[in-house]
Design a protein around this ligand. Structure first.
Ligand code: URA
Length: 220
């Protein structure tokens, strides 16, 4: 990947993030502290898509920086992918909240919120052009594979996502953290098996259409 291409993608992502920061399509655009657009390598081979920002993400304006994010970092390292080599984002860029009186609790994004935010996610995919998308948890997986998708039955299987990008789903790190004892060990084993599939896919040589000659300018 040339430096020029990398810079262009980075700028395109920054422009898109600035648009999202002004977005008020949903009510959560007004209750958020910060949007958490996404971050990582603009030329990443792997894009990770979660559900939506939680409290820490809302505070810092970055995806997956709370407890689930810490576990995600470890999951990625288990297949030799440091966080900074991956592009990380969510199906919705603002924190979906529920007013429970004395505080705001997290909640799953509504179908309307996911629909409103979809063009931003598709734009990210179009800019980064990952080789593989990892959907974390049922809501993210359903946003790619459809409402009938079953995370327990169909995680670890490959599907075709936007622009023909291969998509695979696994359990959300927050779900892993909610398990205890042997159940946690079992879930971790399943997740590791899914992650190894990603590693194997990324280790495959680029297929012919992906091997498009790069546009190099002088002194790249
Ligand atoms: N959970 C998500 O799905 N996304 C985040 O960014 C953090 C927690």
């Amino acid at each position: 990947m040339s430096l020029q291409e990398r810079t262009q993608r980075q700028h395109a992502l920054e422009r898109a993030a600035a648009v999202v920061a002004q977005c008020r399509k949903c009510e959560i655009g007004s209750t958020r502290r910060n949007s958490a657009y996404g971050e990582g390598d603009p030329c990443a081979a792997l894009m990770v898509v979660g559900e939506g920002p939680g409290e820490t993400e809302d505070k810092l304006g970055r995806p997956f920086v709370g407890r689930a994010g810490e576990l995600l970092d470890k999951m990625l390292l288990a297949i030799d992918l440091p966080r900074e080599d991956v592009y990380i984002c969510n199906t919705v860029k603002c924190r979906p909240t529920l007013d429970v009186g004395h505080r705001l609790a997290n909640r799953a994004p509504t179908p309307d919120e996911m629909r409103n935010c979809r063009p931003y996610l598709e734009e990210q995919i179009a800019i980064v052009r990952p080789r593989v998308i990892l959907a974390l948890g049922a809501p993210a997986a359903k946003s790619f594979m459809g409402e009938k998708f079953s995370i327990t039955k169909q995680r670890g299987q490959w599907f075709e996502g936007p622009n023909g990008t291969p998509v695979i789903a696994t359990f959300h790190p927050a779900y892993i953290l909610r398990q205890t004892g042997g159940a946690m060990t079992e879930v971790k084993k399943l997740v590791f098996a899914d992650l190894k599939q990603i590693r194997a896919r990324l280790n495959e040589p680029l297929s012919a259409p992906e091997q498009k000659p790069e546009q190099h300018s002088l002194f790249d």
